[in-house]
Ligand binder design. Sequence first.
Ligand SMILES: *Cc1c(COP(=O)(O)O)cnc(C)c1O
Length: 371
Amino acid sequence: MSKIYVTKPFLPPFDEYSGYLERIWESGILTNQGNLHREFESALRDFLGSPNIVLTVNGHMALDIAVKALDLKGEVITTPFTFASTTHALVLNNLTPVFCDIKENNFTINEDLIESLITENTSAIMPVHVYGIPCNVDKIDNIANKYGLKVLYDAAHAFGVRVNGKPIASFGDISMFSFHATKRFHSIEGGALAFGNQELKEKLDLLKNFGIKDAETVVIPGQNGKMNEFQAAMGLCNLNHLDELTARCREESDLYKSELSGVRGLSFIEIDRNTDSNYVYVPIVINAAEFGCTRDQLIEFLESNDIIARKYFYPLTSQYDCYSNLFSNSSCPVAETAAESVLTLPLYYELKDEDIKLICSLIRDASKSST
Ligand SMILES: *Cc1c(COP(=O)(O)O)cnc(C)c1O
């Protein structure tokens, strides 16, 4: 049997992509805001329900230029329970990440702890909608307003999510989405910023294109962060398939839940009723004492059976070799426990029901306590 990985990039029917390639060949324009770039930007304004979109070569570049555009200084309150990119985007811009603990029920930043971490040096909050689960957006926006802080959401996982019927990008100052091949929706590599304040649009477009205003005018130091036409083509293709992908992944998530119901010491993260989820990950949490073995033992057991689950997110970014001695400012006991006990199971469009049943029966075997 071939291995089953935690995810597998979706590829649209070849003919659909080649249709867009013909348009690239006709125009002769490969990058620098061509027609497909413009079309993709416009499609995302509609899809994300956001008045302004800036496309970038990848999600990390989007975070980087968002940090720069918001003129952040000093300290930024953020979560250590995330992918490397979130913390690196702050550190590489000479900002100090102040790690706030997460909530036990859904692993997003604990909004009740944010105020206690605010100092005169705090300029922003950078929360993560981890696994596509919305943070407490209303409370975070309230805190930000009260203290005059910016809010930059790492929404890398949250493409298509809604809270109380509102698009996820309608909260905070800017939201960043990643279109990496392994994400639910992708443009091979790619990223986007969605935001309400139209004044940011020009600055962000400059920051991703060397600060070049016109042929002879360069107004700010900028990066080369542009999305090319081949990426935009893949994004446009995949957008047409997103509903079908999400519907299938929802079925798969439901099947995992029913197949694993009643296993002691194994729990799922509940999705709030006010949330339209994108079913992008299936994280499970293992309580070793009740389950009968540890998370690490379970991962090894699955791997020995060719099932490659992943520890998203272990280690915490605050515990990386490059950061563990630098930012010892706050302890995050809930995040530490989460990082030791969570694993994300395979979930992607082509995954078969029988694969899920096999994975679940292996998990039941690993659990000494289940019957
Ligand atoms: C994938 C990811 C990023 C970075 O996006 P890229 O497109 O890979 O650069 C940032 N934050 C989180 C939480 C991610 O999962």
